[in-house]
Design a binder for this molecule. Structure first.
Ligand SMILES: CC(C)(COP(=O)(O)OP(=O)(O)OC[C@H]1O[C@@H](n2cnc3c(N)ncnc32)[C@H](O)[C@@H]1OP(=O)(O)O)[C@@H](O)C(=O)NCCC(=O)NCCS
Length: 189
């Protein structure tokens, strides 16, 4: 598989957005949305602290390999006219290098919601996964109550493949989850 640190140095541009590696200068922008309880609501973890944001950016700012199970490609999403201002992020995790399976995720600043930015960025990342990274299947897992994310999956043309019931605990609430996926051959057609 490809080493992302080598193949994805160049930013990925879409019609309105730029997807690029995070830099240490992005900590405050990232903290602004990752610290919000409403953003973390369906993520099955607490909001991130400033230190969490800084540490994960430091770990990935130089790029990440894309070779082994668990390798993660984390990209900052900026509007093309303000490429230093981070409005959200998309992430791709190599869950099986052998079977070329990757999990996609997205988190956006609510101040930039409702404009199609998350869908546009996720669509670009799916394109990278199936193009440059040679992924066979991209999937997403999301809480069934996370209707905004359900709509992103459906706009991407992903198929709902699973409905897991009470498969996780979100504090004292049983969480249920949808699994969505799309194959490389479906994306290309
Ligand atoms: C999931 C999340 C990224 C979705 O954000 P979003 O703003 O709803 O999604 P988009 O940026 O793709 O915007 C889509 C909306 O913009 C609208 N829109 C407005 N102008 C648009 C344009 N020019 N182009 C495309 N869509 C546009 C669309 O109609 C759509 O509205 P709808 O969902 O009411 O139908 C956001 O809710 C979030 O960050 N949640 C917290 C983190 C999270 O739960 N992540 C997922 C974990 S699995």
């Amino acid at each position: 598989m490809t080493a992302v640190s080598q193949s994805l140095q160049a930013p990925v541009a879409t019609e309105r957005l730029v997807l690029r590696l995070f830099t240490p200068d992005d900590v405050e922008d990232r903290y602004a949305y990752q610290s919000l309880p409403e953003v973390a609501r369906f993520l099955y973890r607490p909001p991130l602290t400033r230190e969490d944001c800084a540490e994960s950016i430091a770990a990935r700012a130089g790029g990440t390999p894309w070779q082994a199970d668990g390798d993660v490609l984390l990209l900052a999403v900026c509007r093309a006219e303000e490429p230093r201002v981070v409005i959200g992020e998309v992430v791709l995790t190599l869950t099986s290098a052998r079977a070329r399976q990757a999990e996609i995720g997205w988190v956006f600043d609510p101040r930039h919601a409702g404009r199609g930015y998350a869908t546009e960025a996720a669509r670009a990342l799916v394109g990278v996964a199936f193009g440059q990274l040679g992924v066979h299947r991209v999937f997403a897992r999301l809480d069934v109550l996370n209707t905004a994310s359900v709509r992103v999956c459906e706009r991407l043309g992903m198929r709902r493949e699973a409905h897991l019931v009470d498969n996780d605990l979100d504090g004292d609430r049983w969480g249920s989850e949808y699994g969505y996926a799309i194959l490389a051959r479906e994306w290309k057609s």
